[in-house]
Design a protein around this ligand. Structure first.
Ligand code: DC
Length: 234
């Protein structure tokens, strides 16, 4: 199959701000369906990381576009999930820091940077299907997806979740500072002129503030089944 005729390959999009459980739900759904996975946030994080390590200014759009075009990225299966290689170096943990999330959000605000990463994202659409996780998967990258899910949760709840995650890893953080960073990142992602974070008009909005991950997965399982996509989900 050529890239041009992959439009029949089904796509499920999972968009929303950070800390809503998007990544966990996307990885679970990918496993259940046996489909491919696109973690588009990782691409923006890798670009933020690559720019910072090569001293490219995060506001220098033309230089960021060149950096984006030259990125050598591979996603690999690891014992603990999906790993990310940048030019052969494992950057899986390095790109998950709060600082890298903020850098990703800054580079993602440039229209030309988003265009430079568009085709790379579309190439993930391969048989038997794709679960795509991000901010604009349902609005821009895969507007004809068979199912669009938009996960939300209050900023306070998302900050609490992140706080617990970091504490478990032995990283000490200040909850109020974390909430401030999350709110600032949300605002930048929602207010940018190009592909802002917002649900597609045909997205199903799932509020995870008061639900644990199992309840969210069970809700999504019913959405997937209703669309006749779930023969593989037991
Ligand atoms: O999902 P994440 O936290 O890994 O994403 C990091 C940043 O990347 C996020 O704050 C905004 C940007 N991003 C984006 O603009 N569009 C996407 N499809 C995915 C992420």
């Amino acid at each position: 199959m050529t890239e041009a005729d992959n439009s029949a390959v089904p796509v499920i999009t999972i968009d929303g701000p950070s800390g809503t459980g998007k990544g966990t739900v996307a990885r679970w759904l990918k496993r259940e369906l046996g489909w491919h996975l696109l973690d588009s946030g990782a691409l923006y994080r890798i670009l933020g990381y690559a720019a910072e390590t090569s001293q490219v200014d995060l506001d220098d759009e033309p230089a960021l576009v060149l950096t984006a075009a030259a990125l050598q990225v591979d996603f690999i299966e690891q014992d603990d999930g999906v790993g990310v290689l940048l030019a052969g170096s494992n950057v899986t943990d390095a790109i998950r820091t709060e600082a890298c999330g903020a850098a990703a959000s800054r580079v993602a605000a440039h229209a030309a940077v988003r265009s430079a990463l568009l085709e790379r994202q579309k190439k993930f659409r391969r048989n038997p299907g794709l679960v795509a996780d991000g901010r604009d998967m349902g609005t821009v990258v895969f507007p004809h997806a068979v199912l669009k899910i938009f996960l939300t949760a209050s900023a306070e709840e998302r900050a609490q979740r992140r706080y617990k995650q970091l504490k478990q890893k032995g990283i000490s953080v200040n909850l109020a500072q974390l909430l401030g960073e999350i709110t600032a990142r949300d605002r930048r992602d929602e207010e940018r002129a190009v592909a802002p974070l917002r649900p597609a008009t045909d997205a199903v909005i799932v509020d995870t503030t008061r639900s644990d991950i199992r309840a969210v997965e069970s809700h999504i399982k019913s959405l997937v089944t209703d669309r006749g996509l779930a023969r593989a989900i037991s």
